[in-house]
Structure formats: C-alpha cells, structure tokens
Design a binder for this molecule. Structure first.
Ligand code: SF4
Length: 376
C-alpha cells in the first residue's frame, strides 16, 4: 500500500532523473575527501554516523582519527570499558553518543557475530540508531535503497521545494515520503550511497544555513525558493529550547602536579565523568562566604577544605545548559576517605579517567591568573 498517492506527494520541479543526475555530477566533482569515504567499511561508517550526530564534519575529523587509533575494530571497541570509551570521546561532547556506540558495538558482537546487521528493523533495535542512522548505515555501507533525512537535507529540500511548513517531528513526513519515492527510482537506486551523501553534502557546502551559494548550485535554475528570493527565510524555524542556567563552586585542589577529582555520579549530564569537586550555587552574582562554602563541601562530599583563593568564573555550554563555574584554589585540612571515590589525576598525562572539557578551561583560567601575578 502506498503511504501517499502521487498526486498528494510533494512534487519535484524537474524530472527525478535530471534532479539525481545533476546532484550526482556535482557530488563527483565537489565531494570532500573524508576518511570514512576513503574506507567505507561498516564499522567506520557506524563510527562516523554516531560522531556526526549534531556535530559538523570539521569538528569530528580529529576525534574520528584519534578514536580509530584507540579502537581500530568493532571488536576492540566492544571489549573496552565504558570509561575508556568516554575518555577517547572526550572533547567531542554529547557523550550519550559514545555510550550508545559502545553498547551498540557490544550488541553487534553478542548477537550478530560482529557484523553490522543488514536488516533495517534489527538496526533500529541498537542503542542510538534511529530512522536516519539506520538509513545512512544501510545505504552508505551496503548500498540499500533507503532514504535519509538530516538537517542538511531538510534545509535543502525546504528551499528547493519552497516548503513553508515546520519540518520538525511529524511535519517532516511529506519529505520522508518524497525521499522514499526517489530512492525507488532506478538511477537513484543504482547510486544510492552517492545520492544520499550528495544530498547531505549539498546542504553542508552549498545550501548553507546562512548565505547559500545559489550561483554555484546545480539545482539553482529550478529552485522554487530562489525564484522568489526567499531562500534565507526557509526552513521555517521553531523556537529553540529554553536555556537552563546552573552555577557551581569548584574546588581545585592541586598536589604534586596532580589534581583532586571526583566522579559525577548523580547529574543527568556528564554522568560518569571526573571533575573538580563541586557544589551547586544559587543563580546570581553573590557568592556565599568562604566559611559557608567550606561547610557545604564538607556536608555534600565529606571533603574538609580550606579555600585559599578565588578566581573569575568560567562559562561553559552543554546543549541547552549554561554552566558557570566559580573556581577556588583550596587546600585539604584532611585527606578524603578513599571510599568517597576521589582520585588524584595528572591532567597532562594520558588519561585513564574521562574528564569534561570545562575542567581544562578552569585549569587554564587559574594558570593565566598565576602568570599575571608573577609578571606584576
Ligand atoms: S538555489 Fe540556493 S536555496 Fe535553492 S537549493 Fe540551491 S543553494 Fe539552496
């Protein structure tokens, strides 16, 4: 049964063969030389697709190479501990992707003999694999004619077809239907891996969010938004999620080139990571007194500290969360109990503990303050 009749389906302004032909020619000439394109093996495609979720190619590249050096095969990844995987992912953010990738690697090894399944429904059972990722894996790794729709393709088609509706959530269904029809057409079916990548590449390089390069676009003469000069008004944007603010006091306790860190076991974000012991502060510019802070650290973490020096705040953003850290250099009045899960870590050396990037920001802030003081 067809999900949508041809008359109700979104229509291309040119034939599918012309549309696909122009796109594929452009892709052959302009595609970026990317490591997962050079060696399109299923594990490498899987890794690239997880890393590219919500992150741009140029950001992913160094992490992709580093991660592959640490885990050259799916089996290597499946055998590792989650904390090691988080360390290898450290700095790329959105750490649930790393957790899901790790669990996915284990499940593929346990249930599918270490081979990425070719079955769409089996792929959807893997953690972190949704409709887009399953389509991308099957079409790019195995050449299966399946549609994909990411933010780049959504923007490109919203403009090309002049779609004025919000395409988030169920609003994207008409575009999925159009793509599902396209991939069944012979020219697209035959070149599905390149076709899907060409759509994404066009969105990333030509039909960009700001200042799209319409004069260089192979679809420019048939683009409906361009004809009316409204390409930058599309796609229709929904209100972004409201920002949430958090403030913390972070105790930076150095000893012999190492720092005292503790594991974040409670917070919903960055759970499992190691960071400076911290306590939550009320939002606002007024900080509690040193005495009150010392008391709060002791009550919260059983940590007996003496605050020596306060530094200017360090801001950090994690998706819709704005974090502000007020770092303090502190001394221990008593060594903490081992059972509390504290460790002394050399942040310069190879890390055995996953550490979020704001820890490095805090260390830099303190280092700069120390340099300034030495110069004066
Ligand atoms: S002509 Fe411009 S707006 Fe239209 S698809 Fe091409 S780059 Fe996008």
């Amino acid at each position: 049964m067809k999900s949508r009749s041809a008359s109700r389906r979104l229509q291309l302004p040119i034939s599918i063969d012309e549309f696909a032909g122009r796109l594929l020619d452009w892709y052959t000439q302009h595609k970026r030389d990317l490591p997962w394109r050079r060696q399109p093996e299923p594990y490498r495609i899987l890794l690239s697709e997880f890393m590219l979720q919500q992150t741009q190619v140029k950001t992913v590249l160094p992490y992709y190479e580093r991660f592959l050096r640490a885990y050259p095969t799916l089996e290597d990844l499946a055998r590792s501990e989650e904390s090691e995987v988080l360390s290898a992912w450290s700095g790329l953010g959105y750490y649930n992707r790393a957790r899901n990738l790790h669990r996915t690697a284990r499940l593929i090894c346990e249930k599918h003999d270490g081979t990425l399944p070719r079955d769409y429904d089996q792929l959807l059972e893997l953690p972190g694999v949704g409709r887009y990722t399953a389509g991308a894996l099957l079409s790019i790794a195995y050449g299966e004619p399946l549609p994909i729709l990411d933010g780049n393709i959504q923007r490109l088609l919203a403009r090309y077809l002049k779609i004025r509706k919000d395409l988030t959530g169920s609003g994207a269904e008409p575009v999925w239907d159009l793509l599902a029809w396209m991939v069944r057409e012979p020219l697209v079916d035959e070149h599905i891996s390149d076709f899907n990548q060409a759509l994404m590449e066009m969105g990333a390089l030509v039909c960009t969010s700001k200042n799209p390069l319409c004069n260089e676009c192979p679809l420019g003469d048939s683009c409906l938004a361009r004809k009316e000069g409204i390409q930058e008004e599309l796609p229709v944007r929904t209100k972004s999620r409201k920002l949430q603010s958090f403030q913390f006091a972070s105790a930076v306790v150095p000893r012999n080139g190492r720092y005292l860190l503790m594991q974040n076991c409670e917070s919903k974000f960055l759970r499992g990571f190691w960071e400076f012991p911290k306590v939550v502060l009320p939002i606002g510019p007024d900080l509690p007194s040193s005495q009150l802070l010392e008391q709060t650290f002791e009550e919260t973490h059983g940590l007996k500290i003496e605050i020596a020096e306060q530094f200017s705040p360090v801001d950090h953003r994690i998706t819709f969360r704005k974090l502000r850290f007020y770092p303090f250099r502190a001394h221990l009045r008593e060594d903490p109990e081992d059972s509390r899960g504290f460790v002394w870590v050399d942040l310069e050396a190879k890390r055995d503990y996953p550490v979020p990037s704001f820890v490095g920001k805090i260390v830099k802030r303190i280092g700069r303050a120390d340099d300034t003081r030495r110069q004066n």
